[in-house]
Every structure is written in C-alpha cells, then in structure tokens.
Design a protein around this ligand. Structure first.
Ligand code: ZN
Length: 138
C-alpha cells in the first residue's frame, strides 16, 4: 500500500485519543530545527521544513494565558470554578487545557509552571508544579 503523503494528518481527535488512551501529549517535532507543535501542519512554522515527525510532547510548561471559568458546560459542571489555560510546553508547543481547583487568576499568572496531569476527565488537564525548588512556581 502506497501513501504519497509524507505524514498522515493529525486531527484533534487523534490528539484527544492519544492522551486519553496513552496518557501522553502527542505532537510533532521538526526534523531540522527541533521545534515542536501540538498541531499537524504541512511544514514547520519556524523554519519551513516539511519533515515533521510524530513525537511525544514534554509534559512541563508555563501558562501564557488563562481565565477562570465560573459557568461550565455539562461535562465540567461539577468542576466550576476552574481555570482554562494556554500552556507553552518546554520546546515551544502550545496546548490549551484546564486546571481544576483554581479559583483566582492570580494562581495562573503568565509564567506559572504547570505539568500535564493525565486524567479520566475530558480535556487536557494541567496542575501547578514547582520544579526542583529553583523558584516558587508563583
Ligand atoms: Zn523547523
């Protein structure tokens, strides 16, 4: 069976299945510059290289934006209030997710260290995380 595509497409469903089944964050790494992304594309957004390979994404990152969700959809109704965050993982891939138990935007200030938290609940879950004491994690 021949497939002319250098890489099969990567859908949001694939991404969701990967962490729900394997407890992994799945994405792509550029074969030339090493940039990582959670989203499939035809070429590296940093250097234009077409050779993107599937890769497991790092689980640690920092919040770059976030907000508190007080009124939740049905799936999350028992979790509200919680935080919805955009996280830049080590290596540069950006992933959106949620953080249970966060009630104030002060807890998710830009730069806050977080770690992927495998969970049976829907969505990509993160938790605050302090690295080996080199800062307080804010
Ligand atoms: Zn690249």
């Amino acid at each position: 069976m021949t497939d002319p595509a250098p890489l099969r497409s990567h859908s949001v469903d694939d991404f969701v299945r990967a962490y729900e089944n394997d407890r992994r964050l799945r994405g792509f790494r550029c074969g030339r510059c090493g940039a990582t992304t959670a989203t499939w594309g035809l070429a590296c957004s940093r250097c234009g290289e077409a050779a993107l390979e599937e890769a497991q994404l790092p689980e640690n990152g920092r919040v770059i934006a976030g907000t508190i969700v007080a009124v939740a959809s049905e799936e999350f109704v028992n979790e509200a209030p919680y935080a919805y965050v955009v996280v830049e993982l080590e290596g540069g891939a950006r992933v959106s997710g949620w953080m249970p138990g966060v009630r104030s935007e002060d807890e998710i200030a830009p730069g806050t260290r977080v770690r992927f938290q495998p969970s049976y609940k829907p969505g990509v879950q993160f938790a605050r995380w302090n690295a080996s004491g080199d800062d307080t994690g804010r």
